[in-house]
Design a protein around this ligand. Structure first.
Ligand code: GLU
Length: 441
């Protein structure tokens, strides 16, 4: 059975980059009627925070990316220890004692000599006495996995055929000196034991995948299919890494971005399929095909989310947003009219409050000098609120007859006097929700 997982580390809020990973894994699982696991990668007790675990869940729920099961790496430490023992017995695990400064120096020397900075396996030559002495001097060493120096190959769901020379990669550290198990082995143990069939993650994990394939083989597990999506860049191709903090899902939610707008964009961006607004998750699931994604960096422009959000809102009946309309202060009896006229004129639901304030209190009129007399004359012809469906038509007809103005010269000064702006909702539909018109009082 198809099983995928989204495996965030709870060290911060999730952002658009993580969302891409989560969504792809979710869509694959749902398309195949499989299982989608939320795996919390919390083996780092210092950086992992419970508040981020909660936040990740809230963000996924907000988006409607429901998981079938939650797994936590911190609850599975004994499994990782067992796997480590197995590797040790097989002679694939060795203890090394270099300090970070020593490793750095080695790397610099290698680079100076034009060689790739790959760990030189000096620790393999240590005798038992050497190790005992180093342990006494420096404490426990780190545990490295001894790679087989052969080519590691797989067919990537996005990148195609990959072949990596294991000799060009350092033997990965799987357990730190303080005993902390690292992601590289924890993830392999989980993927294997949880029957994960498809792993989709960012292309920053390609080298991890190479080493993990060897660890999977060593432990005798089944190898999932791997796909590595390209990383997101800004609209100009600039790196997003520093800005991802401001592109967290909670920020986007606070800015009024609607889940379906975000999902519609992220499920297609970087693929050969066009980005189109989808209003139902099922449509995203049906049309999803990982093979249609390309390996080139994917440009992401947060501004693209707002027109999609606007279009999504236009498709909604009042019932879908009634709580937000009420929260903006709109009385129940006006809610339907208010929503029907506003949904075509807002970018996000955050705009509702401003529009309701304008309807409730009246806008400061904007009147050009040359229109002063005209507007004064028109206001004398306008009845007081409440207004009805035909107020605008009746009023403008009367003003036209009295002043001889027509077309834009007639309508624009009235719009600006009533709403304080040159653009906005259809005036005939707006009038019935206006509680007061300042230019008239
Ligand atoms: N916790 C890892 C990360 O957030 C998971 C990577 C993976 O999907 O294997 O990068």
């Amino acid at each position: 059975m198809t099983t995928t997982r989204f495996a965030p580390s709870p060290t911060g809020y999730i952002h658009v980059g993580n969302l891409r990973t989560a969504l792809m894994n979710y869509l694959i699982a749902r398309r195949e009627g499989g299982t989608f696991i939320l795996r919390i990668d919390d083996t780092d007790p210092e950086r992992s925070k419970e508040e981020y675990v909660d936040a990740i869940k809230q963000d996924l729920e907000w988006l409607g990316l429901h998981w079938d099961r939650v797994e936590r790496q911190s609850a599975r430490l004994d499994r990782y220890a067992a796997a480590a023992d197995k590797l040790r017995e097989m002679g694939r695990f060795y203890e090394a004692f270099e300090t970070p400064t020593e490793l750095d120096l080695k790397r610099k020397k290698q680079l100076n000599m034009g060689r790739p900075p790959v760990y030189d396996r000096a620790a393999l030559a240590l005798s038992d006495e050497d190790k005992a002495r180093l342990r006494a001097e420096r404490g426990q060493g780190v545990w490295r996995f001894k790679l087989d120096h052969e080519r590691i190959e797989w067919t990537d769901g996005i990148l195609g055929d990959i072949s990596i020379d294991a000799a060009s990669v350092s033997d990965p550290v799987l357990i730190r000196g303080d005993g902390q198990v690292l992601y590289t082995i924890a993830s392999v143990v989980d993927d294997t034991e949880m029957g994960v069939t498809h792993v989709v993650r960012g292309s920053d994990h390609v080298t991890n995948t190479a080493t993990q394939i060897q660890i999977i083989k060593a432990l005798g597990g089944a190898q999932p299919s791997f796909a590595h999506h390209s990383l997101l860049t800004g609209p100009q191709g600039e790196s997003l890494s520093k800005r991802l903090g401001t592109l967290s899902l909670r920020d986007l939610r606070a800015q009024g971005v609607e889940p379906m707008a975000l999902l519609s964009l992220m499920a297609r961006l970087g693929s050969s399929d066009p980005v189109e607004l989808r209003t139902e998750m099922a449509e995203l699931i049906d049309g999803f095909d990982i093979e249609r994604f390309g390996s080139a960096p994917t440009k992401f422009d947060v501004q693209d989310l707002f027109p999609l959000t606007g279009r999504y809102l236009q498709s909604l009946p009042l019932s879908a947003v009634a709580d937000r309309v009420a929260a903006a202060g709109v009385p129940d009896e006006l809610a339907d009219r208010f929503w029907t006229v506003m949904r075509d004129n807002i970018t996000t639901l955050n705009d509702l409050e401003g529009w309701w304030a304008l309807c409730r209190d009246g806008a400061d009129p904007v009147i050009e000098d040359e229109d002063k007399d005209f507007v004064a004359q028109a206001m004398a012809l306008l009845p007081y609120a409440p207004f009805g469906d035909d107020t605008w038509a009746n009023w403008t007809t009367a003003v036209k007859e009295a002043t001889g103005r027509k077309g834009k010269a007639l309508f624009m000064p009235l719009r600006k006097a009533v709403t304080g702006q040159a653009r906005g909702p259809d005036m005939a539909s707006l009038m019935p929700v206006l509680q007061v018109i300042k230019a008239k009082t």
